[in-house]
Design a protein around this ligand. Structure first.
Ligand SMILES: C[S@@+](CC[C@H](N)C(=O)[O-])C[C@H]1O[C@@H](n2cnc3c(N)ncnc32)[C@H](O)[C@@H]1O
Length: 238
């Protein structure tokens, strides 16, 4: 992973990019993943295994699909979502309101690398397709650790590279050629969907990311792959 020199400028660029694509974000997720994104989030929340009355933080919540998946399980879990794009959050708020989950979900603006919560406040933290975009991923992981209660768990869902060479070729073809074209056509943003494959290629592979989580303090860190290794779920405990 490249180190980013001007982290503030990088974060602003990412924030602007998500703000620009926000109205088309959900539609493109469904289309470009052929509906798989929902299945991946469900698997990540199964891994989190929330239980009634817990406090869960959804970091880089975007339009709130992870928060919605937790709320749909009717467990009276209190979910806080945080993201630095106001426009993504506004769309998420509408979805929460439409589903009638307002009592259980609240969103606030903020940075994943400087979480506006006291230490030891949450039973669990989730982050789906978010941490790859952080200017300082290791700082983000230390923040995830800090806000968890002792024994709490973090579940991180991210894209990864399939190990099988044939699948890897197909994946790269799709990510490098198809996805940027369709993405830019529908979102009207030229760079966002070319940035996606670049950021995935730049993200540490699964075992390296296990080490990063351990460095941040997490114990019993493990990961499992979904859909031939296109995405991975990492989980660690405080
Ligand atoms: C690919 S979207 C994922 C949204 C959602 N978690 C999902 O599963 O659809 C990434 C989100 O991360 C947010 N994000 C990226 N870097 C962030 C940071 N450092 N702090 C807070 N939010 C961040 C973006 O604004 C965007 O909404």
């Amino acid at each position: 992973m490249h180190s980013i020199e001007d982290t503030a400028a990088f974060s602003r660029q990412i924030q602007n990019m998500f703000t620009a694509i926000a109205p088309r974000y959900d539609f493109l997720n469904r289309l470009l993943s052929v509906g798989q994104d929902r299945h991946w989030r469900k698997k990540a929340i199964n891994r989190l295994a929330p239980v009634p009355k817990e406090r869960i933080l959804d970091i880089a919540t975007g339009t709130g699909d992870m928060a919605l998946e937790i709320a749909s399980r009717n467990l009276s879990v209190q979910i806080s979502g945080i993201d630095f794009s106001r426009r993504m959050l506004d769309l998420g708020r509408n979805k929460i309101r439409e589903k009638g989950y307002d009592r259980f979900v609240s969103f606030q603006i903020g940075s994943g690398e400087c979480l506006p919560f006291t230490a030891n406040s949450f039973h669990g933290a989730v982050c789906a397709f978010g941490i790859r975009n952080f200017a300082d991923v290791k700082l983000g992981l230390r923040e995830f650790y800090r806000i968890l209660k002792p024994g709490g768990r973090a579940v991180i869902l991210e894209f990864s590279m399939p190990a099988n060479p044939i699948l890897n070729k197909i994946y790269n073809w799709y990510f490098d050629l198809v996805l940027p074209k369709v993405g830019s056509l529908i979102s009207g943003h030229n760079d966002a969907y070319s940035y996606l494959p670049d950021s995935v290629a730049d993200f540490p592979e699964q075992n390296e990311f296990v080490r990063w989580m351990e460095e941040a303090g997490f114990k019993k860190v493990s990961f499992n792959e979904l859909t031939f290794g296109i995405v991975s779920i990492h989980c660690g405990y405080k």
